[in-house]
Write a protein that binds this ligand. Structure first.
Ligand code: NAD
Length: 496
């Protein structure tokens, strides 16, 4: 089956199984960060449009909830096949609106598909438990029931994957769903919802609404929404968590990051360099699991500093759609300015700029938001950069004399999304796994992204809530537990 491809001028919303033109009074351009060209216009929905989407989801809920889990997962099997079939097209859209390379966009979609596959296991994963004879002749059961209408609010950096951390689990467990993707990258989900439409999913079960802060506030305040999933920057994550909770909603809010990697002198230095370079500069550093600070221990300092500077300087930067390009632009001109001024701040506060990506111009793409890989050496602990999420292709190098001192950098960080160690020592690795204060740990891994059947963890200011996205946590998040204690008098069965 073919799907209409962009360019699309004015993006509609998807409400109650219909592509619906928005009546929004405010519209924004969606821009290709590599070329600066406008790809589409996005409406910024107000509370009325949000209400329409939520009412559609609420109306669809009773019937969807009664649909057997085995039947609820059938559209997801179809969706998996459609996503596979259209993977190249959807990846091109990701590259066009987000800027990452085509290979990165395809890898992202593999992770999206993985979540669809895992959610197809709901008939098993959603099961409760029971015990006969909790007292004589009395049995007890725990059953899981869907919540009702749930919503997700997602960021710009993984337009294809992050909505799928939530959507498949939410609907497979019997909820109905409203998605508000990032207003900077709405085209990927527009395409994904065209595929969803082809799966035969009943109207109102999934809804897509475009907007920004006003739309988010309307979702947070809507009385018919039971749960909110959020991924984005820490200040907004905190705000969403507080407002959702104040309105009595369940919330899981993933925030920003400042990820550390520690390199011990016994690490395989060439492997560590390659992997850390991919982690720090892949997706132009706009991954919440990107390594941002490399802590070298002892003799690792000199070898790593030289080898990472060499690897980073050889990366080919450009339009992610072009052959051979290894790193794309950052998302907006404002983002480029912010990243460049943070490099300047680091320099002013005592770091040496080992590799300077400021002022990058790529021929044919003069309007692109390019920042070449940048390395700051010796960022002092007193620098504001120490705890600032840069979210661009900038790696800070700091030094420690021992693993203890290295771990102290992680302890001091306000974030705890990911921490990694490079070593060939099993006992150092065990100690790191045991003590590192972060939710996702990598041992000789640069981007420790949990597979879909594990929770996407995150600690400290990187996560607000208790149940994470993906895997079993998702099932817990999207269901209410009901406990039934049951007694039947013996005499009744004797009648038959
Ligand atoms: P963002 O916080 O600007 O936006 C995220 C979402 O919130 C968008 O849908 C946006 O429309 C909405 N939003 C923005 N400002 C708002 C406001 N004031 N009130 C209500 N809603 C608002 O984040 P972003 O720039 O799109 O994404 C990058 C950030 O996301 C980085 O900080 C990155 O670390 C983080 N991130 C975290 C994870 C994780 O798993 N922890 C994953 C991906 C990205």
């Amino acid at each position: 089956m073919s799907v209409a491809a962009p360019p699309i001028t004015k993006l509609p919303n998807y409400i109650n199984g219909q592509w619906t033109d928005s009546r929004a009074t405010e519209w924004r351009d969606v821009t290709n960060p590599a070329t600066g060209e406008a790809l589409a216009q996005i409406p910024l929905a107000d509370a009325n449009e949000i209400n329409q989407a939520v009412e559609a989801a609420a109306a669809a809920f009773p019937e969807w909830r009664r649909t057997p889990p085995e039947d609820r997962i059938q559209p997801l099997f179809k969706l998996k096949m459609l996503l596979e079939e259209h993977l190249d097209s959807i990846a091109r859209i990701i590259t066009q609106e987000n800027g990452k390379t085509l290979a990165e966009a395809k890898a992202e979609m593999r992770r999206a598909i993985e979540n669809v596959e895992v959610a197809c296991g709901i008939p098993t994963m959603m099961q409760g438990y029971n015990l006969e004879d909790v007292a004589r002749g009395i049995d007890e059961f725990m059953i899981r029931q869907p919540l009702g209408v749930v919503a997700a609010i997602t960021p710009f950096n993984f337009p294809g994957m992050i909505p799928f951390w939530f959507l498949p689990y939410a609907i497979a467990t019997g909820n109905t769903f409203v998605l508000k993707p990032s207003e900077r990258v709405p085209l990927t989900m527009r395409y994904a919802f065209e595929l969803l439409e082809q799966t035969g999913i009943p109207k109102g079960v999934v809804n897509l609404i475009n907007g920004s802060k006003a739309a988010v506030d309307a979702l947070l305040d809507h009385p018919k929404i039971r749960a909110i999933s959020f991924v984005g920057s820490t200040p907004v994550a905190k705000y969403v968590y507080a407002r959702a909770a104040a309105n009595g909603k369940r919330a899981q809010c993933q925030g920003g990051a400042k990820n550390h990697v520690i390199i011990l002198p016994d690490a395989d230095m060439s492997m560590a360099t390659q992997i850390i370079s991919d982690s720090a500069f892949g997706c132009a550093g706009q991954r919440c699991l990107a390594v941002s600070v490399a802590v070298t221990v002892g003799e690792a300092q000199k070898t790593f500093r030289d080898s990472i500077a060499d690897a980073a300087s050889r990366l080919k930067v450009g339009n992610g759609l072009d052959e051979g390009v290894q790193m794309g632009p950052v998302i907006t001109p404002q983002s480029k300015d912010r990243v460049e001024s943070l490099i300047g701040l680091g320099e002013k506060q005592g770091a040496k700029v080992l590799l300077d990506g400021r002022g990058t111009k790529i021929s044919k793409y003069e309007k692109g938001n390019f920042v070449n890989p940048t390395i700051l050496d010796g960022v002092p602990a007193s620098s504001e950069l120490t705890d600032t999420e840069i979210f661009g292709p900038v790696l800070s190098l700091v030094h420690a004399n021992t693993l203890d001192e290295g771990l102290a950098f992680l302890e001091r960080s306000a974030y705890g999304n990911q921490a990694s160690l490079f070593t060939s020592s099993g006992s150092a690795a065990r100690r790191f796994r045991y003590e590192a204060p972060a939710g996702n740990i990598g041992i000789n891994i640069g981007v420790a992204a949990p597979m879909a059947y594990f929770p996407f963890s995150g600690w400290k200011n990187s996560f607000f809530g208790d149940l994470h996205g993906q895997g079993r946590d998702s099932i817990e998040f999207y269901t209410d537990k009901k406990v039934v204690v049951e007694r039947w008098a013996k005499e009744h069965s004797r009648k038959f």
